[in-house]
Design a protein around this ligand. Structure first.
Ligand SMILES: Nc1ncnc2c1ncn2[C@@H]1O[C@H](COP(=O)(O)OP(=O)(O)OP(=O)(O)O)[C@@H](O)[C@H]1O
Ligand SMILES: [Mg+2]
Length: 307
């Protein structure tokens, strides 16, 4: 069963002058249970609209979203989901404990259960020792952690985080990243939305990329970033001869004074390429494989769409 599955999910907004804006366009997403999933796209791509459809805050124009096999928006389904919005409003005159108790009441948790649960989430985010501190004394990283604690109060099976680390320094990011990893190890599915692609690359098992409301890529990061291999090859006394040999294995993507890069169709060609170069007398100084980064991929798929 998928933690999140959308079928032809579509949201069309009507502006005041009656113009139709298709914010989400026949989106088919499949998020496996227990994974950390990155939901990416340029500004205005439809990410926040999709999150709101998943949370039941908006109704789809067409199509359906399912969470754990049930239609999104049903109250009993909403209860399975913890949510940390991008710009979370903190009542900063409250202490950490009071803040969590306020949110636990909103969830309708009974008093006895509230105390236990607040203890658990404070432990989880490592803020037990600051439970009596006012939120206005918290750093941004601590606020983000308390925000995550809030999202965990209902013991959700799915946590949706909108830009969880964008406002944080490297230390704060690492803390949030560690929390995400811990959530995953507890079997919680994490669906996050971020512009920090290196972060996403570090934390996510799989990603979807949308552009103009449409899905342009979906898949596991491990498969994806391994895929086409680029080799940066440095040779002594470079001559076009070596490039000619390399070009029969793939596309030459760049040439410098003492090096060139070739994009191979298949990783299995690496030994043959090196053998061919050596056999024809090339003295190799270095052969460095360059993996596609998530950023490379993002730029590639979004640009392709635009053309
Ligand atoms: N309530 C609304 N009424 C009309 N148009 C809207 C509404 N909400 C969003 N849109 C439009 O839908 C499109 C997608 O917006 P959305 O906020 O989902 O993008 P996003 O991917 O979250 O962008 P960002 O990365 O900038 O947060 C945009 O063109 C936006 O102007
Ligand atoms: Mg947004």
């Amino acid at each position: 069963m998928w933690a999140i599955e959308t079928k032809e999910l579509t949201k069309i907004f009507r502006t005041l002058i009656g113009k139709a804006i298709t914010a989400v366009d026949r989106l088919n997403l499949q998020v496996p249970t227990g994974c950390v999933f990155g939901f990416l796209g340029p500004n205005g791509a439809g990410k926040t609209t999709t999150l709101n459809l998943l949370l039941g805050n908006l109704r789809p124009t067409k199509g359906t979203a399912f969470l754990f096999g049930q239609p999104a928006g049903k109250p009993e389904v909403r209860r399975l989901v913890g949510y940390l919005p991008e710009k979370f409003q903190f009542h900063d005159f409250l202490t950490a404990e009071e803040f969590l108790d306020f949110h636990a009441r909103l969830l309708g948790l009974a008093k006895k259960f509230r105390k236990e649960r607040i203890d658990e989430v404070l432990d989880f985010v490592g803020l037990q020792h600051r439970r009596k501190s006012k939120l206005r004394e918290f750093s941004r990283g601590m606020l983000q952690r308390i925000g995550i604690a809030q999202a965990l109060l209902s013991e959700p099976k799915l946590v949706i985080l909108d830009e969880p680390t964008s406002a944080l320094d490297p230390l704060g990011r690492r803390e949030v990243r560690d929390l995400i990893v811990q959530l995953k190890s507890k079997g919680v599915t994490v669906f996050l939305n971020s512009h920090l692609l290196s972060e996403v690359e570090m934390t996510c098992d799989a990603v979807a990329i949308i552009n103009k409301g449409k899905l342009v890529f979906q898949g596991r990061l491990s498969d994806l970033l391994q895929m086409p291999t680029q080799l940066d090859i440095r040779v002594q006394n470079p001559s076009p001869q070596w490039q000619n040999i390399a070009s029969s294995f793939g596309e030459i993507v760049s040439v410098n004074s003492d090096a060139f890069s070739v994009q191979l169709k298949d990783e299995k060609d690496v030994p043959d390429l090196i053998a061919a170069l050596v056999k024809s007398g090339a003295r190799l100084l270095s052969v460095v494989p360059k993996r596609l980064s998530l950023e490379d991929l993002f730029v590639k798929v979004v640009r392709n769409e635009q053309h």
